[in-house]
Design a protein around this ligand. Structure first.
Ligand code: ZN
Ligand code: ZN
Length: 545
């Protein structure tokens, strides 16, 4: 078993199982860049190992349709055309994603309970509950024994739609004997239980019941059951529904098409045609619950949205909780909404969101049902994995049977033994910037960091190569350093310093342009630092005249 991503991080989940000449993959997600990754759009797993072993790959099984499980599929399909198995909604989302990349793949729809044969592996898909419909966990029969992968899950006994986890099957599998368990660790630090999605439904109803204003609800587009609940409640209180935001429109359309969302005829209205609808008869469902600056909600709050402006009296519901790192952007949007006179309801002040991941007591239930011989906590930062390992210990599991793994490590499992081998598989995240995949590395990132901190100064000079005479310039061009017109003295002085250094070179007969550039750069760096205490990137450009 090789985790290629998803450990020591929340994001880019991907796991490889290999037996002799057969290899299968579980999930293929992306992650978002951290603050140091300037200009990077997304991060995907390193596929080197998969490309090297492409002959062995029998297929990939996707547990559910969240970005951290499907987001990198187009990049893999671009390299390897492998069969991809998943439930209907999951593959619908995958197909949309592939279309955006002009790709096609062998998508194979399965239903919970189906079995998939992938070489030496026989994968049983089992219904589970999470914050997106159609999630499954996997029980994989291998020649060594059963491997159980929970996917992302929570224990919701009363989901809004559909059924709870197939506990009956889990107990049976536990009795048949589980060799290795890999389980979601996201909420392992949290005690108790994650409340049912139904509690959010109650809060939504309470908000609608006594409200005569326009209502806007921002939530995750993938939380289809919640979107359905909002639509149902709107219908119940005689409101029309408008959908806003690209991903919300895409996912809702797909969900309606596949029958996961049902909307009575006449309920949906075009967001551009809401002008004629009374405030008390309208709900807008929108993206932007994480405060993303370009999202529909942010633009509404900044008067930058074509169809909707926030106005006094609007009730805005943020049905989400901050993904770690997004607190600041969310806070900005909440402030703006309040300033516009809206009443804002968010997770700090109302039960308007529940997590999709299991808390400690739910994890205990799953461990107790499955009774694995070996355990690897997955899907979490190091501290989440650690807490999950401690929960397993608490339940009586032998410490030496719990493996704290990192991406790229290899766990070799036989019926009675599991060992981490010395082997390491490439697993550094690959950065995607625009159309470029992996072409932005550490050196480019370092430059971007320096540019972002100090700006850029270009020193352009025309030089006669044989005599070393300065023919034109030096001209100083700056970006992000100082505003040139307000710093003429400084610029003039820099010009002087560069010129003086080039004069010395000429007199001393130095014609090596690389060395001359270094001197000019050093002189300017010293001067700029002394006078401004700043360190811009300095780029001398010499032209032969
Ligand atoms: Zn998920
Ligand atoms: Zn996930």
């Amino acid at each position: 078993m090789i985790p290629l991503g998803g450990l020591h991080e929340i994001g880019k989940n991907i796991t490889v199982l290999e037996y002799k000449d057969d290899l299968m993959i579980i999930d293929c997600g992306m992650s978002f860049p951290d603050d140091e990754m300037f200009g990077i759009d997304i991060v995907i797993p390193d596929f080197t190992y998969l490309i090297k072993n492409r002959e062995k790959i029998r297929g990939m099984v996707i547990t559910h349709g969240h970005e951290d499980h499907i987001g990198a599929i187009p990049y893999l399909v671009n390299e390897i055309n492998l069969p991809i198995y998943g439930t209907r909604l999951t593959l619908g989302l995958v197909e949309n994603k592939l279309k955006e990349h002009n790709l096609k793949a062998k998508l194979k729809v399965v239903r919970p309970g189906d079995k998939i044969k992938l070489g030496a592996f026989s994968v049983e898909t089992i219904r589970t509950t999470h914050s997106i419909a159609d999630s499954i966990c996997l029980c994989i029969d291998t020649p060594a024994g059963k491997i159980f992968h929970t996917g992302d899950f929570k224990v919701d006994y009363t989901p809004l739609e559909g059924q709870p986890i197939d506990f009956h099957r889990l107990a049976e599998i536990g009795n048949e004997g589980v060799l290795l368990l890999m389980a979601d660790s996201t909420n392992a630090e949290r005690k108790g239980y994650t409340p049912s999605e139904r509690t959010v439904g109650v809060t939504i109803e309470n908000i609608f019941r006594n409200c005569t204003s326009r209502i806007l609800v921002a939530t995750f587009s993938s939380n289809i059951h919640r979107v359905q609940k909002i639509i149902d409640t709107a219908v119940q209180y005689n409101r029309k529904v408008a959908i806003s935001g690209r991903s919300m429109i895409n996912v809702v359309n797909l969900a309606i098409e596949l029958g996961y969302i049902t909307v009575p005829a006449g309920t949906l209205v075009d967001i551009n045609k809401i002008r004629h609808i009374k405030d008390s008869e309208l709900v807008i469902i929108t993206t932007g619950s994480q405060g993303e600056p370009m999202s529909a909600l942010s633009r509404m709050a900044s008067n930058d949205h074509k169809a909707v402006q926030i106005k006094k009296g609007d009730v805005v519901v943020l049905s989400s909780s901050p993904i770690p790192g997004n607190e600041k952007t969310i806070s900005n949007v909440v402030n703006k909404l309040f300033e516009k006179g809206a009443e804002v309801i968010y997770s700090d002040i109302a039960d308007i969101h529940v997590s999709g991941h299991a808390c400690a007591e739910e994890l205990k239930l799953i461990h107790s049902l499955l009774k694995p011989k070996f355990f690897v906590p997955v899907h979490g930062e190091y501290r989440h994995l650690r807490q999950h390992a401690m929960i397993a210990e608490e339940l009586g599991m032998d410490k030496k049977n719990i493996f704290m793994m990192d991406n790229g490590e290899v766990l070799e499992i036989s019926p009675n033994k599991a060992v981490k081998t010395k082997e390491e598989v490439p697993c550094q995240g690959v950065m995607v910037d625009g159309l470029g995949v992996g072409d932005v590395g550490n050196i480019v990132l370092r430059d971007r960091k320096l540019l972002s901190e100090g700006g850029l100064i270009i020193v352009a000079v025309g030089i006669e190569r044989s005599t070393g005479e300065v023919m034109t310039g030096p001209d100083i061009i700056s970006r992000g350093f100082v505003y040139v017109r307000e710093a003429e003295d400084l610029i003039e002085q820099m010009r002087r310093i560069a010129f003086d250094r080039l004069q010395i070179c000429r007199v001393e007969g130095i014609r090596d342009w690389a060395a001359m550039k270094n001197w000019v750069r050093d002189d300017l760096r010293d001067y700029i630092y002394q006078t401004t205490k700043r360190s811009p990137v300095i780029l001398p450009i010499f032209m032969e005249v």
